[in-house]
Design a protein around this ligand. Structure first.
Ligand code: ADP
Ligand code: ZN
Length: 472
């Protein structure tokens, strides 16, 4: 018997071949909702599942995950400490709150295989995080894990309205970074024509887009802005491209940056959130309505906690995202503290999907800068800058120490023609940017105006902050 009757294929205690059958939806665009409206979905039985059934399935999956976790010495010790020795000890989903958190430090301490819950022979792949904040962490996958991850990504792609008729250019790094292979497998499963361009080599990217009439691409928002500035250099006109959509993620970005990307290219850009500890891309994605990111709740349980007290916060309150895997056989993770800050969005999405939505990620709790005692998030600076039409596509935040005081320097590329103007105009613009930033972050920065293309560009995650203050 399948443990989850709601799932087309379900999955068993070991990797069951039926998991593969679960992900071959015959025609994702031929899905009739109750009201006769056609809503494209990859796996409608799951995506539109009644909440009650979804939560019943979550509880069953959570118990299964506990069973798998108890196979690792790490979780056996952790769970025994709180009196949980058998999966059935968990009476309800709410009881999850009584389980200990898993932190990035735990994953690092368990490196390389302390959290592996199956025999090595059963795993087919490993991925590591990018190591943005220190030593990378490793996640192993069985074939079933890869298949289920692929389905999650396929659901995301179809939810944006993309179809098998699209040409998909994947501009994120292939390799240990999950953005490349993760989206690649999902796009192939949908049946798109995939161009595995990987990151970098902007000239070639534009040629590929032109020659194969790419309609959908995947990139970091910062790279996409850079790509746009390269259009003129490479002598490519926007009209020569067939681009309609972009999937943007892997780094925090503001609504204003999305708006800028959409306007510059004349496309729709959908926010994609993922982290290697939760597979990678395919965790949460915007649907066609762009009203928050649907999180696949049959695969993950999401909690938002107060990072100081660890208490679960009510819907709509901003805090740290904590996630539990529900389907990952090789590396189950319980209450993983992502350090990412966001909130759960209340209400129903017009698309009809029942899986809850998270709001745009503000950044990581450890991204927060303290400038002369004031808390500042780089995303606030980005939001204010990108609202100003004079500002171009790249910027850099630098922190320095002047005596006892912190000094915040914001270097912003501005549009080329503005440099043709006189000194007074530039000085007035500098003052205006500084004033806008002050009202957004309550700190008055020193603003430096830069020419387009003069600040460093990253092919992957952008490095926006340089902290030159001595560490104590
Ligand atoms: P690392 O943690 O070393 O950067 P990952 O490649 O796993 O490694 O990156 C995942 C992280 O990237 C997330 O925890 C989050 O901080 C950031 N991220 C991913 N997608 C988004 C997004 N759409 N918006 C904001 N931040 C994102
Ligand atoms: Zn939706």
């Amino acid at each position: 018997m399948l443990p989850f009757p709601g799932a087309p294929g379900g999955f068993g205690s070991c990797d069951h071949p039926s998991a593969v059958a679960a992900i071959t939806n015959p025609d994702p665009n031929d899905n009739e909702k109750g009201d006769g409206m056609k809503v494209p979905a990859w796996n409608p039985a799951i995506e539109f599942m009644e909440r009650e059934a979804l939560e019943r399935q979550q509880l069953a999956s959570l118990r299964k995950t506990l069973e798998w976790a108890l196979e690792t010495s790490f979780y056996r010790r952790r769970l025994t400490e709180v009196g949980l020795t058998h999966p059935e000890d968990l009476a309800s989903l709410r009881d999850l709150r009584n389980l200990p958190f898993t932190t990035k430090e735990d994953l690092r301490a368990a490196y390389p295989d302390g959290l592996l819950a199956v025999d090595r022979e059963q795993v087919v792949r490993l991925h590591t995080s990018s190591g943005t904040t220190g030593m990378p962490t490793v996640i192993y996958h069985t074939q079933g894990d890869i298949d289920r991850w692929t389905e999650l990504v396929a659901r995301c792609i179809v939810a944006t309205g993309a179809t098998a008729r699209d040409v998909f250019q994947n501009m994120t790094g292939y390799g240990l970074f999950t953005g490349g292979l993760g989206l690649h497998y999902g796009a192939e499963r949908v049946g798109m024509l995939v161009i595995p361009a990987s990151s970098g080599n902007t000239g070639r990217q534009l040629q590929l887009m032109k020659h194969f009439q790419t309609t959908v691409l995947h990139a970091t928002p910062s790279y996409l802005l850079h790509l746009h500035s390269a259009l003129a250099e490479e002598d490519v006109a926007r009209e020569q491209l067939g681009l309609r959509k972009a999937f943007i993620g892997a780094e925090p970005h503001s609504e204003q940056t999305r708006h800028k990307i959409e306007t510059l290219f004349g496309i729709k850009a959908y926010n994609s959130y993922g982290l290697s500890e939760m597979n990678g891309p395919g965790v949460a994605f915007e649907c066609e309505h762009q009203a928050g990111l649907h999180l696949w709740e049959d695969a993950f349980i999401l909690e938002v906690i107060d990072p100081q007290t660890g208490q679960t916060l009510p819907e709509e309150e901003t805090g740290e995202i904590v996630m539990t895997t529900l389907q990952r056989r090789a590396t189950p993770l319980l209450r993983y503290r992502t350090r990412d800050l966001s909130r759960l969005v209340g209400g129903h999405c017009p698309c009809g999907r029942t899986h809850r939505r998270v709001a745009r990620i503000l950044g990581r709790s450890d991204d927060m800068l303290i400038v002369n005692g004031v808390n500042v998030f780089p995303s606030q600076i980005e939001g204010a800058l990108m609202k100003m039409p004079e500002v171009g596509t790249n910027y850099l935040i630098q922190l320095e120490k002047r005596g006892a005081l912190d000094r915040l320097v914001v270097k912003a590329e501005i549009r080329a023609h503005l440099f043709a103007g006189d000194r007074e105009t530039l000085s007035a613009l500098r003052g205006r940017i500084s004033e806008r930033l002050r009202s957004a972050i309550l700190v008055k920065p020193v603003v430096e105006l830069r020419e387009p293309g003069s600040l460093p560009v990253s092919e992957g995650k952008a490095q926006r902050v340089v902290d030159l203050r001595p560490a104590f």
